[in-house]
Design a protein around this ligand. Sequence first.
Ligand SMILES: [Zn+2]
Ligand SMILES: [Zn+2]
Length: 560
Amino acid sequence: MAKRSQDDELVFLPLGGSNEIGMNFNLYGFGPPHDRKWIVVDLGVTFGDQTTPGVELILPDPAFIEEHAHRILGIVLTHAHEDHVGAVAWLWPRLKAPVYATPFTAFILREKLREKDLLDEVSITEVPLGGSIELGPFKIDLITLTHSIPEPNGLAIRTPLGVILHTGDWKIDPDPLLGGPTDSDFIRKLGDEGVLAMVCDSTNVFVDGHAGSEAEVRDKLIPLIGTLKGKVAVACFASNVARMDSVIRAAEANGRRVCLVGRSMHRMAAAAKSVGMLQDIKPFLDDNEAKHLPPKAVLYLCTGSQGEPRAALSRIAEGTHPHVNLGANDACLFSSRVIPGNEIPIRNLQNKLTERGVRLYTERDHPGIHVSGHPCRDELAEMYSWARPEIAVPTHGERRHLMEHAAFARDLQVPQQVTPRNGDMVRLAPGRAEIIDEVTAGRLYVDAGVVVPENGDALRERRHAAFNGVIAVSVVLDGRGRIVSGPQVRALGLPTANEEHLDDVLDDLADEAETALKRLKGDDLELDESIEKAISRGVKKASQRIWGRRPVVETTVLRI
Ligand SMILES: [Zn+2]
Ligand SMILES: [Zn+2]
């Protein structure tokens, strides 16, 4: 063990994933305040929505730790879900620390790094399941858990000031189909040793009972698929390889062969095979083979359960998929849940499928064709009874989840609870747990492949234009500011009743621009900037009168 100094502290600092579900980015620091050594646990993304038009990916802002990048001993990844690994390829160049992961997670990560040309730069150490990592004052043991992806790991992080159990994402699945069961013996033993703090998944804290087992899903799918006569499509998350395996077995039990549809299905199947999963199954059908088999001999395993517009299932629903079409007598099973925020796209997708005559099967009408990967209340209670931590630190949840989780831990007699937000630095030891500092935490957007700040100009302008429209004005002036031609006005995204109305409106706006220009005197007429400003102001005012809106106005001044 490293030498201890009087000033040593053990701190936990979430920079993502606390007060939200997504973009997990957790830091643990050890040492005196001026010389802490850090480890990073997970570096994930979250996804854009209607409020961030054009932004697909959102990353946690690493500004705080980037300044201390030379003190990062390692980045440890718990599992391969996007909200835990998706930001590594984007942010690694700012952190440049060695990465540790189990084989399946490492496989997925390497693919992401290859896409960004970083594969040769990043040092990835593959740690076996149940293996250990030693990083300065942190001695880390990986604990096999169960979740909804292969190789989910909890971390036992031993430090000179106490042991942290960082659960990552988990549930207690007695029959996970792939991978081992939850290593409860290890966690109990850790509890006997004494756990200082448990940093724990809060996703399902409002749900009573147990999440349910993957084996139950398989047992539901086999007879259900047996009742179907036409083509069958099953939508699920590609990363849930156990589910993929269940669907394949349910298909085979009913004389159907499986055709994978969607890029991530193929990618995940390859990753799974690389670690010895999906072995004793029939080869997948390719698109052409599937087309030439009778409907009752085929099952399509599809991406796009969340209504993602470019994913396989949306294209099937639109009738634009090059290889798969579904219609009357065919069925689509959603072996997935509705992720909050995706309600509208999923409803649209399901309506389009129904329009084509496809019969839908969802978790709501057919309970058991999906189970969650996160712990419900009985499972949380069980985990607390094994680990018996001194401090509960709820994470992986929105504010309401974290507060409920803290109250639940209090009811379970956990002596202390802390519920930090992103950027809150919690001192876990010595002394009582408390928030001692607040550091920069925020979001970065990946906008057309460029990483930009959350409140950057491009998105703000795009949002403004999306709601209010755009007006372009151009005018040609001579050297003294007299009009040679124009102003010419074009309006985009602004409604008019008909051609005639449009002409009237554009004339009106051109007059306004001209009036604004003619009001300028002296030097102002020689400065293009003053002219552009004056015209924009005039046109905005007129737009307010015409439409009750303030569009983006773009003025171009040309001089001859
Ligand atoms: Zn997660
Ligand atoms: Zn997960």
